[in-house]
Design a protein. Structure first.
Length: 276
């Protein structure tokens, strides 16, 4: 009986579709949210891809300069598309969570190499045989990447860095060693376990510019949660008057899905959007 009903239903659907004319395709174009630029880095000795998102009004408003958000793990198949979408949404005139901004996604070649400083821990060395070149990568950001972006696009002075996991470790290292490279630091689930948690023992370099620092972690185990909180406490104890510092534990989030909620929350806390 069920087979008869199924066959009958299929016949009815087929008969109904006979004679119906499908819509005619009149145009087809590719849809893109940005562009990819490749630069040759003398410091790194290799080509690096940069994924660029420009605000919707970038070409129309030729007199306006835009803050820049630098995204670690910024490959097309990593976080670039997701974070650019959050930036676009947050900058809509009826949302006003963040000013219209340029996003620079730094595509990875070897994140274990670029995002870590040399470790004395034998397990780190075994698990990450190419690790320990973060100093070169920071030099690349300061001396090649930022000047290239500033000379190519209409940029404002405000710079933000977003890093998660090993990217969060690198963002923390930059904050400690060269804090004036960025004005805003969004550090999510940082891998501070690296090198027996040595980064937490480092001294924070002095800085004079205004800073906003946002740290977040989800339910990611004792080590990840403890070290993120210890980073916040260390920064809080040494916080300058011109620094805004935030910490959030993201209930219900894990290492795999904490980033997007954290970035949304960070934008809402860090940025003040002025009426135009």
């Amino acid at each position: 009986m069920k087979q008869i009903i199924t066959i009958t239903s299929a016949l009815i659907i087929s008969l109904t579709s006979i004679g119906q004319e499908l819509p005619k395709l009149t145009a087809e174009t590719d849809f893109s949210i940005g562009k990819t630029m490749t630069i040759k880095s003398r410091i790194l000795g290799e080509n690096r891809d940069l994924n660029i998102y420009l605000p919707l009004n970038y070409t129309e408003d030729s007199l306006k300069n835009y803050p820049v958000i630098y995204l670690l793990d910024g490959s097309k198949d990593e976080d670039f598309i997701h974070i650019s979408g959050i930036v676009q949404f947050g900058s809509f005139s009826w949302i006003k969570m963040i000013p219209e901004s340029i996003v620079v996604g730094i595509a990875n070649v070897d994140r274990k190499r670029d995002f870590t400083y040399p470790s004395s821990n034998e397990k780190d060395q075994k698990d990450f045989p190419t690790a320990g070149k973060s100093e070169n990568f920071i030099e690349f950001i300061q001396k090649e990447l930022q000047p290239f972006i500033d000379s190519t696009f209409r940029t404002a002075a405000v710079k933000t860095i977003i890093g998660q996991s090993l990217g969060g470790l690198l963002a923390t290292e930059i904050l400690f060693k060269r804090p004036d490279l960025f004005d805003n630091y969004i550090i999510v689930s940082p891998s501070l376990w690296w090198d027996n948690e040595k980064m937490l023992k480092e001294e924070l370099s002095n800085y004079t510019s205004k800073k906003s620092i946002y740290i977040a972690v989800g339910g990611e185990g004792e080590v990840m949660e403890r070290t993120a909180k210890e980073l916040f406490e260390k920064l809080d104890q040494n916080k300058a008057e011109n620094t805004k510092l935030f910490f959030e534990f993201l209930e219900g989030k894990t290492h795999g899905d904490a980033l997007h909620q954290a970035v949304c929350n960070a934008f809402g806390k860090i940025f003040v959007v002025k009426e135009e």
